[in-house]
Design a protein around this ligand. Structure first.
Ligand code: NI
Length: 134
């Protein structure tokens, strides 16, 4: 069971109104959960900025018809077995594939892998979802 602590926060009225609008847009039912998520998000960002170990997902959209691209993307991942955890492939359309590569390990290695995948001709989008390991 988590050790839940209550704490009060002073905040300008207009900032709180903006925050409540944000909560509504994001479908939060209360402020506490939204604040906890924002704190976790900042911890994850710090974890990534400081290096060390982290986890995340590399999301790619690429040209299914580009010769040998699929094989190249798989080859690149085979050289990073220490950080590639899992892989999800979706045939988006007749021409496009979407791939989510779940990664865990050194931030530098993860960023290097994402850059290498993104730089391949025929890869249209590459986004890295950065989350904390804890
Ligand atoms: Ni496909």
């Amino acid at each position: 069971m988590s050790d839940l602590v209550r704490c009060g926060v002073s905040i300008e009225r207009n900032l709180l109104e903006e925050f409540d609008t944000f909560l509504e847009e994001k479908s939060y039912s209360n402020r506490s959960e939204a604040i906890r998520d924002l704190i976790r998000k900042n911890i994850a960002v710090r974890q990534w900025e400081e290096g060390g170990d982290a986890a995340g997902g590399i999301v790619l959209v690429y040209d299914h018809e580009k010769r040998e691209l699929s094989e190249t993307l798989v080859d690149i991942q085979h050289h990073c077995l220490d950080i590639v955890v899992s892989n999800l492939h979706v045939h988006l359309s007749e021409h496009h594939c979407l791939e989510v590569i779940v990664v865990k390990g050194g931030v530098e290695k993860i960023e290097k892998l994402a850059n290498e995948l993104q730089s391949q001709k025929g890869v249209y989008h590459c986004a890295v979802a950065r989350v904390a390991t804890g």
